[in-house]
Write a protein of this length. Sequence first.
Length: 358
Amino acid sequence: MSLFRANVDALEAYVPGEQPPAGAKVIKLNTNENPYPPSPRVVEAIRAELGGEGERLRLYSDPEALALRQAAAARFGVDVSEVLHGNGSDELLAILFRAFVDPGERVVYPVPTYVLYETLARAQGAVIETHAFDRDYTLPESLFGCEGKLVFLANPNSPSGTAVSPEVVERLARSLPRGVLVVDEAYGEFAEQHALGLVGRVPNLVVLRTFSKSDSLAGMRVGLAFASREVIAGLRKVKDSYNLDRLAIAAGAAALSDPEWTRRNVARIRATRERLSAGLVELGCVVLPSQANFVLARLEDAATARAAFGELKRAGILVRYFSLPDLDDALRISVGTDTEIDALLDCLRRFRAGERAP
Ligand SMILES: *Cc1c(COP(=O)(O)O)cnc(C)c1O
């Protein structure tokens, strides 16, 4: 007899993209990490926080992470009371479930999307209602007015890279009769538009940001939630006290203090993204227009996509393959450095020519 709750027994654990051991010689284009090191200010700030002998590590971190939240408020033009910090945006997603969803309540999102929404909903015992995107990833009209307690929209979406405008986000939030819209902007810095301007104006809107993608800090685990003061105050009640460690708070604040670094990094990633997309189209792939730091490339069919995935893997190049309906003919490829993307395109060119990796 299992001692677990029935929904935990039935749960399939979330499977993140493969993380090869340190030192492995692979080109890692499978989890949308940034290929460049973070702002030098981040490393300086971590050194300063550590001090000579790490004396500050003795003491708990700031439960309010004020340095980080103040930097976020200054950078994004919101009030400190409209920002909450999380151990990655993944923790903020868990906090949202804890705060808003009783077992049996409804959670709604379009699919395919970030799989963690489903894992967390099942762990909470929520009822899940999904609305299928079409092949172009147009936002399903059926989402408007839906009865979800929480409604999730990854924008830009993963794994498609497609995005909707802030006007559509606002219309969706205002259409919900009794729910909160969570716009997950993990890739927001790479997109043309974002929804931070709606924070505070639209009462049932939460915008999530992460430092993992556009700030090159996936290993530090820092995320932010933006919402009205009332929503943030409620979320704060159900977070762990010391959810961010000292080094993460210092790193996040330092990253926010260097918008020029972000601007250059985003420009580089976007330029490589356009080169990657063009190269894939030349190789006969159908590539969705991406506003993120990855692209979704469709091949002829599932067998071809699986074969290409295997061939890349043999060449030491990791990309993401999803064995899911409407995705099994595609590869999701993170935008790496230009050299990495050249290696990927070379490998796919050989694959198309019928050659196998040595
Ligand atoms: C990467 C990603 C996250 C996770 O971000 P962390 O801050 O690293 O936890 C959340 N949502 C989406 C859509 C992502 O792609």
